[in-house]
Design a protein. Structure first.
Length: 273
């Protein structure tokens, strides 16, 4: 057995030891893989809990529903509207902590009400390399992180997902839409809808891994460098600029460094990690 499959075996044994789990399920690459393995190991003792809000696009919500329906996995959905969390709208550097603490507190309550012993989330080893204040909330609330326990990284999760026939194996990485805003800039439902529409347009145009970051009324587009040539073609460029203005942006810029996770954290002091 190679190292990757040894990690998968470790993951299965760990989930079996937990006995029953509620997976915080967003339909992303990691949580889909985790839920699939948990259901394989635990059957009906594994359920999915999905939080919906203005920062969670409809396409992701629909994918979460469809996956659970196709696997016959019990799914509980609830409105987690982050905009009502004290301090969230102000978008401080610890915004993710405020959100995760409130979110997982509610998920733990739902799990308990349904007789489930543990709540699990889908962070992997690669997530340890970025500034993620939400991890503090995960630790404080004793939320389990099985993928990190098994020391699985993103590339291994994608490879194993492909082996399992999961359509998410090559899905673009996604994060809460609130992560698109420069710290300190107020977040509103209107602004979240602007970002959602902008990113959906780029996906519809055939772009893959991407982010639309917000700096006031400036939309900063992050794409994979190999898609730069496509976006600067006159027809595509004009369509994006025109639509983005209709969405509410005054200016549209292309980030020459390209897509990378956590780019809004690049100005955060390193000792806050």
């Amino acid at each position: 057995m190679d190292e990757m499959h040894q990690k998968l075996d470790c993951l299965k044994k760990y989930l079996n030891e937990l006995g029953s789990v509620a997976v915080a399920f967003s339909s992303g690459v990691d949580s889909t893989f985790l839920l699939n393995v948990a259901y394989e190991v635990l059957g009906n003792r594994a359920i999915a809990i999905t939080a919906t809000s203005a920062s969670f696009p409809k396409r992701e919500r629909d994918e979460a529903k469809n996956f659970c329906r196709s696997k016959n996995i019990r799914q509980i959905m609830f409105d987690s509207e982050e905009l009502n969390i004290k301090g969230f709208r102000n978008n401080p550097e610890n915004r993710c902590y405020l959100c995760k603490y409130a979110l997982f507190t509610k998920i733990k309550e739902i799990a308990k009400e349904n007789g489930v012993s543990y709540v699990c989330e889908g962070s992997n080893m690669d997530d340890l390399s970025d500034y993620r204040p939400g991890m503090q909330a995960i630790r404080e609330l004793d939320i389990k992180s099985p993928l990190r326990y098994a020391k699985l990284n993103k590339s291994e999760i994608r490879a194993l997902s492909k082996e399992m026939g999961l359509q998410t194996w090559n899905k673009q990485s996604f994060a809460c839409l609130a992560s698109r805003f420069v710290y300190g800039e107020p977040i509103s439902e209107e602004k979240l809808k602007m970002v959602d529409k902008a990113e959906q347009l780029l996906l519809d145009l055939g772009f893959h891994q991407l982010r639309v970051r917000v700096h006031g009324l400036i939309a900063r587009i992050e794409l994979l460098p190999n898609e730069f040539e496509k976006i600067i073609t006159p027809e595509i460029r004009e369509q994006i600029y025109t639509k983005f203005q209709k969405f509410g942006f005054s200016y549209v810029a292309l980030d020459l460094k390209g897509y990378r996770t956590g780019s809004m954290n690049e100005t955060v002091v390193k000792d806050k990690k």
